[in-house]
Design a protein around this ligand. Structure first.
Ligand code: GLU
Length: 439
């Protein structure tokens, strides 16, 4: 860690993600002197390569705008680089390095052959016209197209990148490459996308939560749930939580949170899609539309008394104070559907109080898993029915849960999902790296 901090000063999110993994794997690493000899950790914590480029584009008023674009190809020991693209004003190199590092372990847990990568830009789609978004996506792809491909690096969506942005990027990629291949996942259903992909992260997250509760003899049915965010991931999570009989009472945005005591269901879930498509990143309009709801400005939903808390928005969105509040209010289960949604202080508190807690790399792996299934369908020139994709998603989430139990169960029976996910992901990637020599 000291070496890494000296080499990459100030890259706080990246250093945070690496530290969490190193602490978890210390014990198993020390049992494998061959890993030490091959410098597996030193090689695993640095990305294979990083592309950084400027993205100039013209806005609707004819002004030239310049953003920064990135793609971090982190590790391809077990498959082609794979991971989303994030367009958000908070994106820095540190953000994408942490996400690429996390993706490497997450993808290893999915059981599918995918390496880890992440890309993005500090461009924000907020208040941009459709044409501006298209021009930006095309400009971003103009630089990246030659470094990706179905067997090299397969990008997908993340915050700020949904079906529309993927369509524009894929269109430009296809034109420049003059090849119709599965170089992206999350594509529209008409041109090689997979059924269930938009829902997959949230659905998979709830399948995982269901397993966490069942492992302790508990049921999801009837539980009160708080969700953060109101984007694609939150929408999938709310939909599946409702289907499984839980009652979701909160969603949130950068402006505050919505508390809806009657539960978010039916047309209210549909309305989340409308809100997201409005492009202005505010959740308050929900309360204007549905009188059962209260808008609490500037606050996060973790102050509510709920059984299950599901961070679904962005990294470090649940801190130590939030964790204490949830614990004092009797929370049963906290599962990150966002990537690294909880700060290290929050995680330490959950583990100390033996709360059922699981990290994003396990809980949210359903999204990239269905991306992997989209790659399989593209390679076979087939498309599967939604029942088939959902069945495989279920199976993958169960397998991730079992890996966490196998590697993370402590002597008193408590399942440390952080340790379980990190050790299981690490062992797979480390073994593949060992087998492939020093490259
Ligand atoms: N951005 C998503 C994630 O964090 C999905 C990545 C993908 O489908 O490649 O896992």
């Amino acid at each position: 860690m000291a070496q890494l901090e000296a080499r990459h000063p100030g890259e706080s999110e990246y250093l945070q993600a690496v530290k969490e993994v190193l602490i978890s794997i210390e014990e198993v690493y020390n049992q494998h002197p061959e890993f030490e000899k091959a410098r597996i950790i030193e090689r695993l914590v640095e990305p294979d390569r990083i592309f950084i480029f400027k993205v100039p584009w013209m806005d609707d008023s004819g002004n030239v705008q310049v953003n920064l674009g990135y793609r971090v190809q982190f590790n391809n020991a077990i498959g082609p680089y794979k991971g989303g693209i994030r367009f958000h004003s908070s994106v820095t190199l540190s953000t994408l390095k942490f996400l690429g590092f996390e993706q490497t372990f997450k993808n290893a847990l999915t059981t599918l052959p995918m390496g880890g990568a992440k890309g993005g830009s500090d461009f924000s789609i907020r208040n941009k016209s459709n044409n501006e978004v298209m021009r930006f996506c095309q400009a971003y792809m103009l630089e990246l197209w030659n470094h990706i491909g179905p067997n090299t690096d397969v990008p997908a969506g993340d915050i700020g990148v949904g079906a529309r942005e993927i369509g524009y990027m894929y269109g430009m990629y296809k034109k420049l490459k003059n090849e119709f291949t599965g170089a992206f996942t999350g594509k529209g259903i008409e041109f090689g996308g997979s059924l269930i992909r938009p829902e997959a992260t949230g659905f998979g997250g709830l399948y995982f939560v269901h397993q966490m509760l069942s492992a302790k003899g508990l049921e999801l049915k009837g539980k009160l749930v708080a969700v953060s965010g109101f984007g694609n991931v939150a929408w999938g999570a709310v939909t599946k939580a409702d289907q499984l009989g839980a009652k979701v009472v909160a969603i949130s945005g950068p402006d505050g949170y919505i508390y809806d005591a009657e539960g978010i269901k039916g047309e209210k879930i549909e309305y989340m899609l409308e809100l997201r498509d409005s492009g202005n990143d505010l959740v308050q309009p929900y309360a204007d539309r549905f009188p059962s709801a209260v808008f609490v400005p500037g606050k996060r939903p973790w102050e509510l008394k709920v059984d299950v808390a599901l961070p679904c928005a962005i990294q470090n969105e649940l801190n130590g104070d939030d964790a204490l509040q949830l614990i004092n209010n009797g929370v049963t289960c906290v599962a990150e559907i966002s990537n690294m949604g909880c700060t290290p202080e929050a995680i330490d508190l959950f583990l100390e109080h033996k709360i059922l807690y699981a990290p994003g790399k396990a809980v949210n792996a359903g999204g990239v898993s269905v991306s992997g299934l989209e790659m399989s369908q593209n390679a076979m020139h087939l498309s599967w029915q939604s029942e088939e994709v959902d069945r495989q998603l279920h199976h993958i989430m169960s397998s991730i849960h079992s890996q966490c139990v196998d590697f993370g169960t402590e002597s008193d029976g408590y399942i440390n999902y952080v340790k379980g996910a990190n050790v299981a992901g690490f062992m797979k990637v480390a073994r593949a790296m060992m087998a492939q020599g020093v490259i």
